[in-house]
Design a protein around this ligand. Sequence first.
Ligand code: BF8
Ligand code: SF4
Length: 630
Amino acid sequence: MEEFRLCTIEEMEAATDRLLETAAKVGADTYQSRLAHQNPHCGFGDKGTCCRICRMGPCRITPKEPRGICGCDAHGIVGRNFLRFTAGGAATHSDHGRNIVDTLYHAEPGGAYQVKDPEKLIRIAKEWGVETEGRDIYDLCKEVAYMGLEEYGKVFGTQRWLSRAPKHTQELWAKAGVEPRAIDKEISCSMHMTHMGNSSLAEALVRQSFRAGMSDGWGGSMAGTEFSDVLFGTPKPVDTTANLGVMKKENVNIVVHGHDPALSELICEYCEDPEMLELAKSVGAEGITVSGVCCTANEVAMRRGVPMVGNFLQQENVVLTGCCEAIVVDVQCIFPALGPLSKCFHTKFITTSPICRMPDSDFIEFSVEDAAENAKNIVKTAVLNFKNRKPELIHIPDLVTEATVGYSVEAIKKQLNVVTNSVVDPQDTLKPLVDCIKSGVVKGAVAMVGCNNPRVRPDTAHIGLMKKLIANGIVIVASGCSAQAAARAGLMDKKAKDLCNSGLKRVCELADIPPVLHMGSCVDISRMMILVSDLAKEAGCNISQLPVLGCAPEWMSEKAVSIGNYVVATGIETYLGVEPGVSGSSEVTDLLTNGVRDWFEAAYTVETDIDKLGDMMVEKIKEKRAALGI
Ligand code: BF8
Ligand code: SF4
């Protein structure tokens, strides 16, 4: 039997280099060339010590000039910048979540959007105290969706999902004063606090940063995940493929990019429509291939097995293949560069959301009411563009890996229950996983999440850390661009069990899982919060005692900081491979890496030496196991 081998970073980089030759040929610039002109970055921005929230400034803090014109010191400025950064991320995830709940509100039998997982809807309705007996499912759907929308602006009280956490965690949140109220309130309160002449006390600013993050993870993101499952189905394991080679030269290639499955789900559906396939044949293509970039890729891979062509820093590469008929985007993490770049090729760059308007794009507004028509129109535009390819620019790198994805909490419970026979109700328990951790066949778990960032050689940190961790018997749950890095390397191939230590390898064999479990997009990190909550309840300990860690080694976005904050606030030690831009304040730095441990029993660790970061995580897992006496 042929020995299993990962796709190497060098192979991926060689593929990129070949595509960059095409970029040079057509005179297009790419992030690599723009990066060269942006280095070195501004030192003040990098440390967080530039304030431009009022027009007396901008003010910059130096040892010689320790205060801005209003008298604000470095701690206040860095704290305010950190809070605004978090609020940006929380707003972004939560607005995505709101769009999903709004789409759910408009679901109707026979319509473009329908309830695909009525069981999950009923479960949520019961959790929220809604009468479900004898109700029409769409009637129930309207009521629950309305309640979901109210969470954004509720007048009193805190977020409903908080009650899913263990009692102890809820008590910590109450004591620390970070229980999120209405989601929109936390965002606007953060903006208010950071207006000129408001908070300049580091502790208050950091505390609100965690509260804003909580409104995301235990509010808006959780709504996004839970209601996406109701609308489009709760993911279960499905086989797919990853990397640039999933694009097919002989087919029309439509790439979906962004975050909101309300768009990509319908695009995928129309690509299977006989009328569209017929149209594709009539223009000389053999069929239609849809593939995904960024979190949209995760959404449609998890539910439909749609191939994942690339993560964040691969988005320009997709166009550079010369075979992309349309790159269809909704919101977030979309390079404005795609506009001018697509103009060098035949590619249509189709924007669809009023939230994300960009120059040099074709704007086809996607609305819930006309979703079916919009989706059809987009697919048709792409198909008709096939004949405009420039043959001399065509090159698809020959890189494809296999992956099994779709590990929602529900799916993980089901799958891991195969390992032991100690289960009464396989739907309802994490006991087998707890048993595996206790006995040491699984040493612990790390949630690998987040972006790419050219500050780190792309994907090396994700892949390197995952390899190290699974070799040490630590199972990985992954989401976002980290998950795609894993898939592109081959770490989500079940055969990757060969790279694990003997204990984890055995578990992978018995449970028939890869060692890196794809839990979805970045809003799906809320799934991980539910997983650790259930795990702690099952194990009878606190979340902070579990040998479970979080890690974002290549993060770049505001969303990532919002996520980091709610992960830490949930009691999970979180490891960053990129500095969070707060080094200009010893007070803020100390709070984030140490002080908040008094509130949440967890904090951040920042280490840009990725090898060291991995060793620290392995050590921490050992430490946590020892403390539990296992
Ligand atoms: O929300 S991991 S680059 S795609 S921000 Fe963006 Fe980062 Fe990717 Fe998804 Ni998440
Ligand atoms: Fe300068 Fe203060 Fe205005 Fe900030 S708020 S720009 S530190 S004067």
